[in-house]
Design a protein around this ligand. Sequence first.
Ligand code: UD1
Length: 391
Amino acid sequence: MSMSTSCHDGVFTDSVTFVLGTRPEIVKLAPLARLFGERARVAYTGQHYDALMSEIFFTECGLRAPDALLEVGGRTRAEQVGAALCRLDRCFAEGAPSAVVVQGDTNSALAGALAANARGIPLVHVEAGLRSRDRAMPEEHNRILIDHVADLLCAPTEANAANLRAEGIDPRRVAVTGNTVVEALLEALPQPARRAKLLADAGVESGRFVLATVHRPENTDDAGRLAAIMAELTALGEAGRPVLFPVHPRTRAALRSVFRDEPPERVVLCEPLGYRDFLALAAECALLISDSGGIQEEATVLRRPLIVVRRSTERPEALDGFAVLVEPGPAIGEHARALLADVPGVRRRLEGLRSPFGDGQASPRIEALIRERFITPAVPRPTAETVSASV
Ligand code: UD1
């Protein structure tokens, strides 16, 4: 991206600063950042640094180029958090934002949270209170740490707020807002004509293909689990269900080491897709198979069935009618075959359900809370002088 690699001259002073680092953070915070107009600033950590994983998302989501690029991609978790924290601290030393906003559970979000905390800047955590109870996931530790330092915790659902109460977090710091992914998706979903063109380009028909993604370390860094997932996807392809698989860079490397030069046939591997193209295909597919967090939410807004391939989920709300949680192996194929046997029937059932993740108004709700708590100048308390002057 062509922008400054460091911050300059107090560019963050009195701003609402969004610390972003990965695809989902750009997508989910763009609607809120846009509401702050000229007051919004973006510090991009560069955790996702391939153009297909970052730049295209800024453009598609209507964000201008970041105000600071921290360039911490491709490092270990500790190095990412440490380097981003130091660089943000230098930026904030030149002029403090009125509030720092982070989203979710990435290493970038944790770095943003610690940088705000270190300088006493109010911290807003969007998507607070999610818990997988899986301590093997770095994301679980990241989100717990962020929640405990945040000043305003925006919980997507009542269940998320209950998780925070159970950990003793002061309820005055917590607001149930819904998830910003709902409005992000509704704004970005292409119209049917554009969707039809994409389907033609991909050589698939509406309602007749499977869309799959895999990127979690629990699946990519374990050759047995990755091979088991690919075997099930291959079997679906052999049974006449085309499987499209946009491949995350981590997964591409893992596939190379598991399959050498013979990638699985019958699964159509492609580069990571932009947000609009991904949503278009998700809206038109018969079935989603994924280990992503965000896709669990998006499936409920698009009303498409989803098989979540993971040990655990921090989004149990999606399991209420929309998704099933399975381990890699035959369960994937069993569920897939059952769901693919009656695509119109499954769609009719899902059309009758409401997304548990909100009504598409989370961003304006969060904007109002930030303005009220951290920006609106406090009404001066009446002093003896002002009281006597007014009588
Ligand atoms: C991160 C988040 C995860 C989120 C995901 C969205 C953490 C702990 N995890 O995982 O919660 O669901 O983003 O995609 O923050 N790489 C590239 N090019 C890129 C980005 C990454 O080659 O543009 C490589 C990295 O060098 C690394 C691997 O892919 O080897 C994984 O990247 P990492 O930064 O760990 O993030 P994700 O796995 O994407």
